[in-house]
Design a protein around this ligand. Structure first.
Ligand code: FES
Ligand SMILES: [Fe+2]
Length: 342
């Protein structure tokens, strides 16, 4: 599969990169090792020593340098070998590894896998509720999904599935209603699902919405390429402005690992019960139950059903009205891939 390369992908959470941590992650089929230097800067290098091709993440950090765990060559943050502890101590010219551009924003480490000359941090999609915003408390999760990343994106752009695979999101009145809404620009897709004037489902009851009070549930997904999504999920009294109710902005960041496996980073932010750690733990568990135990098995079964194919549209799937946003998103990705070919 061809991926969009000149774009920012989530490579991890900032809090994963503590002092001694070496985080190994394959991204777009390329093994990468991530770490933080003593000055706080984050670094991503190709995870393969040029001497005997062992993974560099099996080494260790020494004063900001990454020492290979096999024969001790040391690499700096640019990927250059700066120490050869053997013989004449000379450093062969070829002793360097590729380094990738990174940026930290909103608690997310973003990586640029394409042409470094085109990397533009202004293009990073903002997630202002995350990464230490003083008005929000966040929980963060990660799962690896044995499926192409676009299948996860499709899942998130059609939330009618909540009725069928998420017991917390079911309603006696049936699935949430897809309300087509226009996209605001050529790189943003919106998908809106509403349950108007209904009692809260188990999720909103868990968040604290009164069981016996009618209200409007909303799930409004914002998608940006290639798989960067923010869900505005909330509930207010019938017809009330959204600011009056409960909401849990949820980030969904999808990064291809390989053609048929994906990294799925998610975060939930809240501006209520902010100091309640027990509630944070329960919310984290709810996220794990939903994403790991309910969505993931279905998406992985879908990928198995498709075989090694990653192009869903080539299988000529039946399309429903609710597939509009995911079809638009796929078209944008396709266009970006084609633009990079010329
Ligand atoms: S394999 Fe890395 S120094 Fe030999
Ligand atoms: Fe789901």
């Amino acid at each position: 599969m061809t991926f969009v390369r000149n774009t920012w992908y989530a490579a991890g959470w900032c809090h994963e990169l503590t002092d001694a941590a070496l985080v190994a992650r394959t991204i777009l089929n390329e093994p990468v090792v991530l770490f933080r230097q003593p000055n706080g800067a984050v670094v991503a290098l190709a995870d393969r020593c040029p001497h005997r091709f062992v993974p560099l993440h099996k080494g260790k950090l020494k004063d900001g340098l990454l020492e290979c765990g096999y024969h001790g060559l040391c690499f700096d943050g640019t990927g250059a070998c700066v120490t050869n502890p053997h013989g004449d101590h000379l450093i062969p010219k070829a002793a360097r590894v590729k380094s990738y551009q990174l940026a930290e924003r909103d608690g997310i480490v973003w990586i640029w896998m394409g042409n470094p000359a085109l990397a533009d941090e202004a293009k990073i999609i903002p997630f202002p509720q995350f990464g230490g915003n003083p008005s929000f408390t966040c929980v963060y999760g990660y799962l690896r999904v044995a499926a192409n990343y676009q299948l996860i994106s499709d899942n998130l752009l059609d939330l009618t599935h909540g009725q069928y695979i998420h017991p917390m999101f079911t309603s006696a009145k049936g699935p949430s209603v897809f309300e087509p809404s226009p996209d605001t620009n050529e790189f943003t897709v919106w998908a809106r699902f509403m349950r108007r004037s209904q009692y809260p489902n188990k999720y909103f009851q868990f968040l604290g919405y009164p069981e016996d009070k009618l209200g409007d549930h909303r799930n409004v997904m914002r998608w940006n390429p290639p798989g960067v999504l923010l869900l505005d999920v909330g509930m207010t009294g019938v017809g009330e402005p959204v600011e009056n109710g409960l909401s849990i902005p949820t980030a969904h960041l999808l990064t291809p690992e390989t053609d048929t496996t994906s990294h799925y980073f998610w975060g939930m932010a809240r501006d209520f019960r902010r100091e309640d750690d027990a509630f944070s733990k329960k919310l984290l568990q709810v996220g794990i139950d939903i994403f790991d135990n309910e969505d993931k098995p279905m998406i992985e079964a879908q990928q198995r059903g498709m075989g090694e194919t990653t192009d869903l549209m080539s299988l000529k799937p039946v399309l429903l009205t609710t597939d509009g946003p995911s079809v638009r998103a796929r078209r944008i990705v396709q266009r970006l891939v084609e633009d990079e070919r010329v």
